[in-house]
Design a protein around this ligand. Structure first.
Ligand code: ZN
Length: 92
């Protein structure tokens, strides 16, 4: 099962901290939307179009701190929800 989520775009100022080079191949990374996919239990969550820096050469992806915090928050939230709904089903 896939769940699609979105990060609110406001407040994620990508330009702020990063114009930076790829840590692996030292080329300038480009700004782009990235689909983050995480597995929680047997479910896949997809967070579409995260503002990220992408290296075209080696496909390294970097997020800002704000974005990774947001991802963390979404995952925790999702996990908590899943736990709540899972409880009723598990109590056999
Ligand atoms: Zn690279």
């Amino acid at each position: 099962m896939h769940t699609f989520l979105n990060i609110p775009q406001n407040g994620l100022d990508l330009m702020n901290s990063l114009f930076h080079e790829c840590c692996l191949c030292s080329v300038k990374m480009r700004e782009g939307g990235y689909d983050f996919i995480a597995r929680i239990g047997d479910e896949i969550i997809v967070i579409k179009d995260i503002p990220a820096l992408i290296c075209d050469t080696c496909e390294e992806v970097e997020y800002t701190l704000v974005v990774s915090r947001e991802i963390d928050r979404i995952r925790k939230e999702f996990h908590a929800k899943r736990h709540q709904t899972g409880k009723a089903a598990d109590s056999e």
